[in-house]
Design a protein around this ligand. Structure first.
Ligand code: CP
Ligand code: NVA
Length: 309
């Protein structure tokens, strides 16, 4: 009924608002039955292949644990240990792996690599993060916002920091579910113009707003949700010094969050750097829901896997 069976999950832009909300309703239900200790073996005999070209704690552990909890199995495939790392093509890798596993999750650099994998795989492909998008994270973010705020429509989300993969997926997620989103970045670090356009299109349909700003205080005014991510993403390590300089003034600290609503919720996809993009007092303070958010990765992905497979 969600119309996801056999489909790839590359970006939330491909899903209707109804499918996204249905998936989250399913995640909430599965979370409840998991908490009650009820057994579900809906993925018995299914195998998920997981290709990683970058490090991971949450994505790797939650996908593997999720498959095991549903009665299936997961294969951790580090690209350095695959022939992929020695120049085998992504197309050949896709054709071979498709005969062994029921779905493939990949964390990679270029979004094009993900698209190429999905074009040549005969099984569903799941985006476990590319330089462009992080849709599994955005699903967990939406579930956390629902649990904390009771819904999405009319909520004001302010993302402060780098206009990166996490920001892009959050923009799409917000626009699809009727949340207003303001992204505040230093000049030169705004989201991809094509993604801004895409999100604006979805927001017209849901009646929400997408705004881009270079002024953190203005952007955070009256926010229900304040979100940040690292300033230096995986693969950008050599830019770290420059980014530290250029992002100063965009730290989420106690001074800045005063401008949000008094009952704001703080979110961060993690891993976090206390004292860099966020002050310890905020991320470890009473408004923070970061561990609930990280926990929800498990539940949204279990819902996703059981719909796709
Ligand atoms: N948020 C997230 O995707 O974390 P990992 O890099 O640990 O998977
Ligand atoms: N933007 C970060 C997210 C990590 C989960 C990165 O791509 O490294």
């Amino acid at each position: 009924h969600l119309n996801l069976k056999g489909k790839h999950f590359l970006t939330l832009a491909d899903l209707s608002p109804e499918s996204i909300k249905g998936l989250l309703a399913k995640a909430l239900k599965m979370k409840k039955s998991f908490t009650l200790g009820e057994e579900t073996n809906v993925l018995k005999g299914n195998i998920l292949g997981m290709i990683f070209e970058k490090p991971s704690t949450r994505t790797r552990a939650s996908f593997e644990a999720g498959m095991l909890q549903l009665g299936g199995h997961a294969l951790y495939l580090n690209s350095n240990d695959l022939q992929l790392g020695r120049g085998e093509s992504i197309a050949d890798t896709a054709k071979v792996l498709s005969q062994y596993v029921d779905a493939i999750m990949i964390r990679t650099f270029s979004h094009q690599t993900l698209e190429e994998l999905s074009a040549h795989a005969s099984v569903p492909v799941i985006n476990g993060l590319t330089n462009l998008y992080h849709p599994c994270q955005a699903l967990a973010d939406l579930l956390t916002i629902y649990e904390k705020k009771g819904g999405w429509a009319g909520q004001k989300l302010c993302y402060i920091g780098d206009g990166n993969n996490v920001a892009h997926s959050l923009m799409i997620a917000s626009a699809k579910t009727g949340m207003d989103i303001t992204v505040a970045c230093p000049r030169g670090y705004e989201p991809d113009p094509a993604i801004i356009k895409l999100a604006e299109g979805f927001s017209k349909a849901s009646g929400s707003k997408v705004a881009i700003s270079n002024h953190p205080i203005e952007a955070v005014e009256n926010a229900d949700i304040i979100y940040t991510d690292v300033w230096t993403s995986m693969g950008q390590e050599e830019e770290n010094e420059k980014r530290l300089r250029e992002f100063s003034g965009f730290q989420v600290n106690e001074h800045l969050v005063q401008y949000g609503k008094s009952d704001f919720v703080f979110l961060h996809c993690l891993p976090a750097h206390r004292g860099v993009e966020v002050e310890g007092a905020v991320i470890d303070g009473p408004h923070s829901a970061i561990f609930q958010q990280a926990g929800n990765r498990l539940h949204v992905q279990k819902a996703l896997l059981s719909e796709i497979l």
